[in-house]
Structure formats: structure tokens, C-alpha cells
Design a protein. Structure first.
Length: 137
């Protein structure tokens, strides 16, 4: 089964694009294990529901690895948001900036890696977090 056209991949996910959907195949290398990953996904979906992840399937290499596959909506005609736009967006959500490296927190969550490569702005100026590290405090 094909998930679509391979897209830009990172250290943790291989990406595939099909129509309006992004498929993220997570290799679990940076997640702290599958339970920690699913806990992070729950936190992410709570905070950033407009780009929520949906569990799609498991894949892997038989007898050796298991990799969860998640879907996320494709943000079309978007460009990376600026640092100021990201800071303004997170402040509107009730987060305080922790440092200059895209790290924010409120009373319940700490969110980091909110840099232009992980935050998009569409043609209407709407901001979309497409990837973030999250920890419940």
C-alpha cells in the first residue's frame, strides 16, 4: 500500500503526502517509546486541535521494528511563520516564552521546537503548528 509521495523527512518521521493528508511514519528513535509518543500526541491534539494527529496504522519490519503511522491535514499554500508571529500566537494561547529557542509554557504544558520549520502561516494569515515537542508539567 502506498501512503503517497515522499515529502521532507526529519530525524523522527518519514513524511508522505497524498491529496490533503500528510502521513507521518514515526521511527520511535526520539519518542521515549510508544507510550510516551501517544501521550505526547494526546497533549498535542489538546493544544493544537486544528492540526491534530490521527492514528492510522502500524508498519515496520517484521520481527524487528514497529512504527506507528499518523495522519495530519495538509496546510496548503503556506509559508513558515516568523518568530514574532509564533510568539504572538503562543501568547494568545496563554503561553509564556521560556527562551529564544522556540520554547513556551503555561501552567499545564511545556512546548518546544516551535521554530519556523514547524509552524506555518496560510494565505489568510492563520497560524498552524504542524510539529512540536510537548511535555505535561
Amino acid at each position: 500500500m502506498s501512503l503517497g509521495v515522499p515529502g521532507p523527512s526529519g530525524n523522527e518521521n518519514d513524511l508522505y503526502i497524498s491529496n490533503n493528508t500528510i502521513y507521518k511514519v514515526n521511527n520511535l528513535l526520539n519518542s521515549g517509546g510508544i507510550l510516551a509518543l501517544f501521550d505526547r500526541i494526546i497533549g498535542y491534539n489538546t493544544l493544537f486541535y486544528d492540526t491534530a494527529y490521527t492514528f492510522y496504522a502500524f508498519t515496520g519490519i517484521e520481527g524487528r521494528t514497529i512504527m506507528p503511522v499518523f495522519t495530519q491535514m495538509l496546510v496548503k499554500d503556506a509559508v513558515p511563520a516568523t518568530i514574532v508571529e509564533i510568539e504572538t500566537y503562543m501568547a494568545a494561547l496563554g503561553f509564556s516564552k521560556v527562551n529564544s529557542n522556540g520554547r513556551y509554557k503555561n501552567s499545564e504544558y511545556e512546548v518546544w521546537d516551535l521554530l519556523p520549520r514547524n509552524v506555518l502561516k496560510d494565505t489568510d494569515g492563520d497560524i498552524y503548528i504542524i510539529d512540536a515537542e510537548i511535555r505535561r508539567l
